[in-house]
Structure formats: structure tokens, C-alpha cells
Write a protein that binds this ligand. Structure first.
Ligand code: ZN
Length: 477
């Protein structure tokens, strides 16, 4: 595999295929998500779906074909999405009277039905979510990060007023940040997008941004306050207590299979994937070693140990079905595929009543292989996995800290965004953002929610800062 330091993109492109996460789809920009990759998605999905339901949202499913006229009703929305749309003009052997857009996102079609279902203030808030595939035609596709078709959830909610809709917008952002931190061990920065980076049709867009191991930013989830823009376009209104017809305030928010790309690029190294235990299809792999009778004895012990570990609620795999492969090959293979913990059982181990435990990365410096008494392995495994999860989060936080710097003058800006994030003041003008992008390929990632209040002058043009705090700039995926 190409080393990260030599060519990060090549490393990524080779790894997603080699680790059996995906295959290229037959249509350019599409991907086949293989079982090992899909399991990661299912683990993330299960946790996020639980959070969504616990907060009172109901899942529904809307059609993937959307009348083109729906998109036209919100001018900014259609303008933003037009270049990416796939449109069906022929179906059932006939030219269609109205072209159908394959959903790129569902604000419009859901808006149409919100209008139908909402009558009185008692119908609010209306809290919907859907798990679906969406299509956005990609010119520069990249597995998981930018694919023509991808999987996601999209939350769509309607509220009585701005305050309630903003509460919802921030709830979704917090949920995404928690999923990223707790499951993916990605220490994301939540914040607001600058006007130039807003979702097409939104009043305010919020994001969580993670730093990848090449110093670039990944937008890993977004939450939008849509104001009454879509309510006006689709007549989403309710009768208030006085009987007056009033526009609802709506939100939308989404997290997608892009997160898998985030996990790969936050933790992976030259050896391959490094999966956080909470998203690992196999948290533990057991490799029995030995030939003939010795091999049978270690395989039997591996299966027994596997069952005991599984009974602790841990996802474990016993690699006892590939006798043609050497132990060394299997070790490399599981390391490349990012399994957090490997247990080896050889004839000598069996004699001594131990298994050899190897972490995908040492959680303390100098840590190597360690022998653990077989009977103790199941009971200590939950803590070992929790420690590994915490280690990955801390390591990613340290990496981000080491690659983030405040930048005061334009001369220092280019060098900083070449290796990480620059914290800089900005005037807030879209033309100035464009100049920065043209010169350095960096864009404003977000106005961080937790950044300290500070005043200064724009790092590029010298005009006064627009946001009362520094903006995070970086090159992005
Ligand atoms: Zn400026």
C-alpha cells in the first residue's frame, strides 16, 4: 500500500478496496458497500437512530422521485442543487409530462406533506426522520466522501416559532457531535457555517468538522435552520391559538456514509485501518496457531474462548477456517482491516494457559504483546476495548491540537493550511472567502461554537472581523 506520507489520497483509495469496505460501482461515482463496510454503517446507524427516536422523532419514508416543479418552488434550493441533479424524463416507455428528480435531499417532498398534515398549533412540533439513499451527481467522486449515491438519514421538522426550531437545530448538531466523539472517536468541532457555505435554502447552517490525518477538514454532519423559506414555498402553516394562520419554522439535518470515510482518515495509518471498537465489525479476532494435532487443539481453545468473549456482548471472530494461510499473513490481514484487538493462541500459549494479546496500536508507549491467562481474557476485554476507544479519541485530539494554530498575518496563512487548520479573523465577505480559496484552496470550515470572543482584522483584507471570534480555515474534503 502507498504510505500516507507519500500520497494520502492514493493510500485512502487503495485501502478502502483492500480492506473490503467497498467496491467501485458500475456507474461512475457509485459504490458497492461490502458487508465489512456496511456493518460499520449499521453500528453507527443503530446508535444515531436510538438518539433520534429518544428525542421524540418518528421515522417515515418518502418517495425517491420528486416532481421537478417542487424543487423550483424554493429558488435558492433549486439553484444550489441543479448541477448535481439526476433527472428521469422517460419511464414506462414514454416521455414523462413532468421530469422527475431522483431525490438529492427531501425538503421539498416532505414540505409538501407537512403542509397537508399540519393544521393547528397542536400538530407542532412535527418531528420526522428518514433513512434513505440520495443521489447527487459527482464530478470528482471519492468512495464514502463524495459518491453519486449515498446513504444517510435526513431529519425534517416543523415548529411553532424560531426559538423552538433553533432548539431543534442545535439538538441535532449536539447528537452528531456525540456520535462522532463517542462512536467514531472523532473529536469534532461544532460551529456555524459562514453565509458563503450555507445549505441552499437555509437561514443558518451548523456543522461538525473533524480533522483528518493529512490535516484536512471533513464536514461530518450538518444541521440547518430553514426559517420560513420552505414553509412559504410549500404553505406549511398552522392556526395559532387565536385562530390566525401562521407560517411554521422548519429544520433539516443529515449524517451520511461519509462518516465511514471520516473514521478511516481520522485513525488509519500505513499499516491500514484502525477502527474504534464501538464501530468495529470485529472488536476482537482470535488466531489459533499450529499444524495438525497442535493446530486442532489451539483451534478448539480459540473457539471456546471466542464463545466466552461473545457472551460478554463483544463482537469476536475466530480465524480458524483458513489453514492455507500462515499466521503472519493473518496477523497482517487483521491489522490492515483495523481490528482493535488480536488474540493469538499457539501450542506454547496453550501449554502455559495463556493467550497472546496484541492491540492494533499500543495505548501506552512501549507496549507490545502481552500474555494473558485464558480464563481472565473475557472479563478484562470490555475494559481493554474501552481503553482503546478512549486512546483513539485522545490521540486524534492531540493530533488536531498539534496541527491547529492561530494565524495573524496573511504571510503565515498558506503554510498553516498546508498542514492543518488556521484560526483567523475574517471580514465575512463572500468575495474575500473566494480570494482565500483561490490563493490557498482553504475555505472557512466553521465559526466554532466554543471559540473565545475576540476582535481583530481580516487575515486577508484587513477589514474588521465579522463574527466576534476566530474562524477555522482549512482545506476540506
Ligand atoms: Zn476579508
Amino acid at each position: 500500500m502507498t504510505p500516507q506520507s507519500e500520497d494520502f489520497s492514493a493510500w485512502y483509495n487503495e485501502l478502502v478496496i483492500k480492506a473490503q469496505l467497498v467496491d467501485r460501482g458500475p456507474v461512475r461515482g457509485t459504490m458497492v458497500i461490502r458487508p465489512y463496510g456496511y456493518r460499520i454503517w449499521e453500528l453507527l446507524q443503530a446508535d444515531l437512530d436510538r438518539r433520534i427516536k429518544e428525542a421524540g422523532h418518528d421515522n417515515a419514508c418518502f418517495p425517491m422521485f420528486i416532481p421537478e416543479s417542487y424543487l423550483r418552488r424554493e429558488a435558492e434550493h433549486v439553484e444550489g442543487f441543479s448541477p448535481e441533479l439526476a433527472v428521469v424524463t422517460v419511464a414506462g416507455g414514454k416521455e414523462l409530462e413532468e421530469p422527475l428528480v431522483v431525490r438529492p435531499t427531501s425538503e421539498t417532498v416532505i414540505g409538501e406533506y407537512m403542509a397537508k398534515w399540519i393544521g393547528s398549533h397542536r400538530d407542532l412540533p412535527l418531528l420526522l426522520n428518514q433513512w434513505a439513499n440520495v443521489v447527487r451527481w459527482e464530478m470528482r467522486p471519492r468512495m464514502f466522501l463524495r459518491t453519486t449515491e449515498f446513504l444517510w438519514q435526513e431529519g425534517h421538522t416543523a415548529h411553532i416559532d424560531e426559538a423552538d426550531a433553533m432548539r431543534e437545530t442545535m439538538w441535532a448538531l449536539d447528537a452528531y457531535a456525540a456520535v462522532a466523539r463517542d462512536l467514531a472517536a472523532m473529536p469534532v468541532v461544532p460551529g456555524e457555517k459562514t453565509p458563503g457555505e450555507r445549505f441552499a435554502g437555509a437561514v443558518r447552517t451548523y456543522t461538525i468538522e473533524g480533522m483528518m490525518r493529512d490535516g484536512r477538514a471533513l464536514q461530518a454532519g450538518t444541521s440547518h435552520y430553514l426559517g420560513t423559506n420552505f414553509a412559504k414555498a410549500f404553505e406549511i402553516q398552522y392556526q395559532d391559538e387565536a385562530g390566525k394562520l401562521t407560517l411554521a419554522h422548519t429544520t433539516s439535518w443529515g449524517m451520511s456514509t461519509r462518516m465511514i470515510g471520516g473514521v478511516i482518515m481520522t485513525h488509519g495509518d500505513d499499516t491500514g485501518l484502525v477502527l474504534p471498537p464501538r464501530l468495529a465489525p470485529y472488536q476482537v479476532v482470535i488466531v489459533p496457531i499450529g499444524r495438525k494435532e497442535q493446530g486442532e487443539a489451539t483451534a478448539a481453545e480459540a473457539r471456546r474462548l471466542g464463545a466466552a468473549i461473545k457472551s460478554m456482548g463483544i463482537r469476536v471472530h475466530v480465524d480458524d477456517n483458513r489453514p492455507q494461510l500462515s499466521p503472519g499473513f493473518k496477523f497482517n490481514d487483521w491489522e490492515m482491516r483495523g481490528v482493535p484487538i488480536r488474540l493469538e493462541i499457539g501450542p506454547r500459549d496453550l501449554e502455559n494457559g495463556v493467550a497472546t494479546l496484541v492491540r492494533r496500536l499500543p495505548t501506552v508507549e512501549g507496549q507490545g504483546k502481552e500474555a494473558v491467562p485464558l480464563e481472565r481474557v473475557p472479563e478484562i476485554m470490555p475494559q481493554i476495548l474501552a481503553d482503546f476507544q478512549a486512546f483513539l479519541l485522545a490521540r486524534a485530539e492531540t493530533f488536531r491540537g498539534d496541527h491547529t494554530r492561530a494565524v495573524e498575518v496573511w504571510d503565515d496563512f498558506g503554510a498553516q493550511v498546508a498542514e492543518g487548520w488556521a484560526l483567523a479573523f475574517h471580514c465575512g465577505r463572500a468575495e474575500c472567502e473566494d480570494d482565500i480559496k483561490a490563493d490557498t484552496a482553504a475555505t472557512p470550515r466553521c465559526i466554532p461554537a466554543e471559540g473565545p470572543a475576540e476582535q481583530g482584522v481580516c487575515v486577508k483584507c484587513g477589514q474588521p472581523s465579522a463574527y466576534g471570534k476566530r474562524v477555522i480555515f482549512g482545506k476540506a474534503y
